[in-house]
Write a protein that binds this ligand. Structure first.
Ligand SMILES: [Zn+2]
Length: 186
């Protein structure tokens, strides 16, 4: 929660902020009221965003007069909500936020994962993400892949389709009965 005030409105804004904080805590939410006077609201917005806080509540004198606060999502977008309703609304919003963040990560992972069957395609795929490829299971072959592409095996996925094929580098039969995930380590 970031209170926004001038000298003359400070006390009033903080009073409402403390009351809202109390009600949010009662609703079982984790909340922090950033009442540091030495930083501007903009500085605080930025700092909390970097920390990964999903929702920021902005409380200004005009919002309070209207009985509202501004709720800003880390995923983008702001909305005005009534102070009264906020504690009841936030748990669902947080669940939706979690789901949206997970979906975004999953979409990103899928968009950067490629099934490859040639070593050329393999090299290209690990430049920008994950390669799903067959491997012979031989340590020396795996080491050669690492030397040639800097990519290493990340995992043999539990849920992958059973599939047979030939090692993407050396052409010997696959050792795992399914494709293996390769990527560069960072
Ligand atoms: Zn091999």
């Amino acid at each position: 929660m970031v209170p926004i005030y001038r000298e003359e409105s400070r006390e009033k804004v903080l009073e409402v902020a403390l009351d809202l904080k109390r009600r949010l805590l009662q609703a079982g939410l984790r909340v922090h009221l950033d009442d540091r006077d030495q930083y501007t609201p903009g500085y605080k917005f930025h700092e909390w965003e970097l920390k990964g806080v999903p929702y920021r509540v902005e409380l200004g004198p005009k919002d309070l007069e209207a009985g509202e606060a501004v709720l800003a999502s880390r995923l983008g977008g702001k909305e005005r909500l009534s102070l009264e309703a906020l504690p009841a609304l936030l748990p669902d919003k947080l669940a939706a936020f979690h789901q949206a963040l997970y979906q975004r990560a999953l979409d990103f992972q899928r968009a950067h994962t490629h099934k490859v069957d040639t070593y050329e395609a393999f090299k290209e795929a690990v430049q920008e993400g994950f390669a799903l490829a067959f491997h012979c299971g031989d340590k020396a072959c795996e080491k050669a892949i690492q030397e040639e592409t800097t990519a290493t095996t990340r995992c043999v996925p539990f849920e992958a389709e059973p599939e047979e094929g030939f090692c993407v580098r050396c052409g010997r039969p696959s050792a795992y009965g399914k494709r293996v995930v390769f990527a560069k380590a960072y």
